[in-house]
Design a protein around this ligand. Structure first.
Ligand code: DC
Length: 227
């Protein structure tokens, strides 16, 4: 079974994707972490974002592994654990830039398909283009969204807990900037697949969203044992 979860940053995709993967005993694949790992490799090599050829080479040759259980997923770049390092704001913006390069996307999409197809029970993939490009025939497609203000509020709270000094207004501006780039890029922009189930999480807590997802899942796949 392939479950696609797409949507903008801060809509709850990761937390809900992990919850679903655990319940259904499926692999969980955070595709954004892969783009972040490429961005980190590019930054470590001090390659400017305009040097497309070198970025493509890095994407092709970087060894990116995602290992462990959904709650303790480790991201390994060329043998180095970069789980924490890819979560900075700088890498988020950098990932949003390198992910506009078509060849980088092609390489990542190939990896993602291979991982999803070889998962023994199936896979929950979360990102921006899972239902539209990576697995257009996914069994179920969710599109999670929320008002930018709600997403910024969540991100701001998370960042504060991680010790990052910022303001709500700054977080909102960053979210808007990243949204704009993700929806307006030419190759595989963030879009809602025709057959996706859209859930606006602005006014809902995680358990409420999860319940809605489970209801959808049982309509589409009655045999899925989720409760
Ligand atoms: O989900 P995230 O914030 O970790 O993603 C980081 C960036 O990677 C995001 O700004 C856009 C890009 N991305 C993408 O283009 N396609 C995906 N499937 C996942 C992420």
């Amino acid at each position: 079974m392939i479950i696609a979860i797409d949507g903008p940053s801060g809509a709850g995709k990761s937390t809900l994707g992990k919850m679903l993967a655990k319940k259904l005993n499926l692999l969980y694949l955070d595709t954004g972490a892969m783009y972040r790992a490429v961005a980190l490799a590019v930054d470590r090599a001090a390659v400017p974002h305009r040097d497309i050829d070198r970025i493509e080479y890095i994407a092709e040759t970087a060894k990116i592994e995602l290992i462990g259980e959904p709650d303790n997923l480790r991201v390994i770049l060329n043998g180095d654990d970069v789980t924490a390092e890819i979560r900075t704001l700088e890498i988020a913006q950098s990932a949003s830039i390198v992910s506009t390069i078509s060849e980088v996307r092609r390489i990542m999409v190939d990896h993602q398909r291979a991982i999803g197809e070889s998962a023994p029970n199936g896979c929950v993939l979360e990102g921006r283009d899972i239902g539209s490009v990576v697995f257009p025939k996914a069994d179920i497609k969710f599109f999670l969204t929320a008002k930018p203000e709600a997403r910024a509020r969540r991100r701001f709270t998370e960042d504060k807990a991680r010790g990052r000094i910022s303001t709500y207004e700054q977080t909102l501006a960053e979210i808007n900037e990243r949204d704009e780039r993700d929806v307006s890029r030419e190759d595989s922009p963030l879009t809602i697949a025709d057959d996706a189930v859209v859930i606006d999480t602005s006014e809902l807590d995680l358990d409420e969203v999860f319940e809605q997802m489970v209801v959808v899942l049982q309509k589409v796949k009655p045999a899925a044992r989720v409760i």
